[in-house]
Design a protein around this ligand. Sequence first.
Ligand SMILES: Cc1ncc(COP(=O)(O)O)c(C=O)c1O
Length: 301
Amino acid sequence: MSKLDDLFPKTFVNVNGNITNAVDAKISIFDRGFLYGDSIYEVTLTEDRSIIFWEEHLDRLENSAHLIGLPLSLTREQITEEVKKTLVKANLERAYIRLVVTRGEGIISLDPNTSTQNNFVIITRPFPPNPSEWYQEGVKLCFVSVLRNDKRSVDPNAKSGNYLNNVLAINEAKQKGFFDALMVNKDGYVTEGTTFNIWLVKDGVVKTPSLESGLLKGITRTKLLKIIRENNIPFEECSLTPDDFHQADEVFMTASTKGIVPVNRVDEYHYNVENFKRVKELTTYYQGMVESLKNDQKYRY
Ligand SMILES: Cc1ncc(COP(=O)(O)O)c(C=O)c1O
């Protein structure tokens, strides 16, 4: 067994329709995703052999493609077919799916017009449950010096493969002994975490940074806002400062691979996760929503 097989057991990779195990999956070193991070991606899960929120992930993929001017050479139906084929091959009840679309290969030049054809890579692997301590005890986050990209740079709302900024951010947080990082924008307003959206609760009102702050419109974020509206829970999408988080009653994060995770500390400010009433309420609603999707035949494999 090679090192990669050890690292990625039961992982199958589909590169432009060719499905192999992790170790045999290959892509050109002239691929622009490799050379420049010139790519977009999506990550989601399956539960009981059903792809969760797949339509929404395809919508976002198309939006990311639009935001960076990357023409997609496969239709939504073709992409879905390839993802399902890979999942069938992997034969997993609960899988992690990563779909990467690069601008393709070309001569070494920044000019995007020199690329030929997209490369489509689909990675599927088992997705064991996240550690239960995350949900019971919470995780600790800190604000870091790295700024979230400005909307006029790589728009944070494009889920691009260019994550170096976020890599630097999590590295800074890890060096300080934290679980992960929160970033502000150039005006000092809170945006989001490295791979998650961030929320607070103050006096019963749920608050999250608005899209104007410059952040990725998370699918989990959108679903939670729907739940909040439908249940008449007071909420605001607004500009928030780090101090709003420091003074909050509850803090939590959201992402497709994590769901809703309570935060027990931001910088030097601690919160008592056991008293997180809103987080518990929202988690119940969210789990119910995910549960109801398991019967969606369209995304079963
Ligand atoms: C920067 C960033 N923000 C937020 C999220 C959460 O988005 P979603 O809920 O769609 O997983 C992610 C997910 O990877 C992310 O990378």
